[in-house]
Design a protein around this ligand. Sequence first.
Ligand SMILES: Cc1ncc(COP(=O)(O)O)c(C=O)c1O
Length: 475
Amino acid sequence: MTSDILYLRLAQELAASIEQGLLRVGERLPGLRNLSRQKGVSVATAVAAYHYLETQGFIEARPRSGYYVRARASLEEPAQSQPAVQPTPVTGQAMVLRLVEASADPAIVQLGAALIDPALLPTRAIEQALVQAARHHRVRACGYEFSPGYAGLRRQLAKRMADTGCRVHPDEIIITNGCQEALTLALRVVTRPGDIVALESPTFYGLLQAVEALGLKALEIPTHPRTGLSLDALQLALEQWPVKACVVVPNFSNPLGYCMPDSQKKALVELTARYQVPLIEDDIYGDLAFDHQRPGCAKQFDRQGQVLYCSSLSKTLSPGLRLGWIVAGRYREQVAHQKFVTSLASATVTQLAVCELLESGRYDRHLRSLRNALAQGVSRMIETVGQYFPPGTRITRPGGGFVIWVELPEAADSFALSQQALRHGISIAPGPIFSASGKYRNFLRLSCAHQWNSRVEQAVATLGRLIQANLAGEL
Ligand SMILES: Cc1ncc(COP(=O)(O)O)c(C=O)c1O
């Protein structure tokens, strides 16, 4: 049996003992070496099992003391979304700019924008890599690196993709200014203004903004917080409407955080291929699995070149580098042309520096500690929401990424709440900005990529009080 299955088996066995009350809240679990001896597994497998249980909220690590069974927040998860499956022009995205502006203010506790606390980013390594790139490639760094971008970087990215089961040639990769540019180029190449695009519901607001800017109509597809986009609903939509593209974030989607099983990804690729609809895959959170098992991508199942794979290092290394890429399958030439006419090239020095960070293994080392920090941030946030938010609150429990989707009791108004919260120095992302048609008024998204401290905890407690006031009609 492979070690990745072994650790899950072990984790499931321990989870069952906790659920049956054989291991009680507050009880200390066996040390790693003891567990490995008792169960006849390696210490690495024991570590992975405990890590998995931690991300699922069953246990917690206490510094220099070991692992303990924790009280699980008893909050349920939201149900599968039920948008009206009807094409809609995107509206109401003006609020997003205010949210992004708030993210630049250090006085505000950032629970809104999906940004990683700079304390968790490898800023020193990035600085060194940039300086080195400028010094070692003094002349090259000052020139254009025209589309498709720096070959050394494209080789590194192709290697990383191969490690996750997706074989692409470096020449298939086009470097972009972040994932947002990759998504926009993909949409621009496969659609014309007025076309219909099928999307997860709720979905990432940047995608809705791209859809709005290109004059497209959004068709929101029901999506489950654990299993993801409903393929049955998508098939019905494809039968009913002349859909020109489908966009998904199958690994730790934003905001639901679901991770689609590989079998579903394969079925999704086959379904869209049957209807000859290009599939735009956004894999920006794929490197952030809390159990350190990198999920595969949908692109690996692409036999017809109809999947346009988009990603970036904004959620792992730094959003300021603006480094993304696209593997556009049979649309490669059109995308390369669009990239050229849109922005000519991406910054050269950044490409050189990131190539070095990938090649030297520093990126992977950083990822290992980042995943642990994010798993802890998500777990603390879920626990704290359970403590301070009103009865009837529901939350997602993602296995990766760093956002959670919170459903408040029906009467809550997350727009009013977000304005009130800003007055208290807290930013949140209100639910309606994740929908083309302004749904999800009683939902909000919380970003958990913080080094947890009393300031963040206080902000969640204040939010809890504001929600009670909102429900009582006082806001
Ligand atoms: C799902 C998703 N795609 C794309 C982006 C934009 O990424 P980038 O900053 O690389 O343009 C984000 C940022 O929040 C995101 O959450």
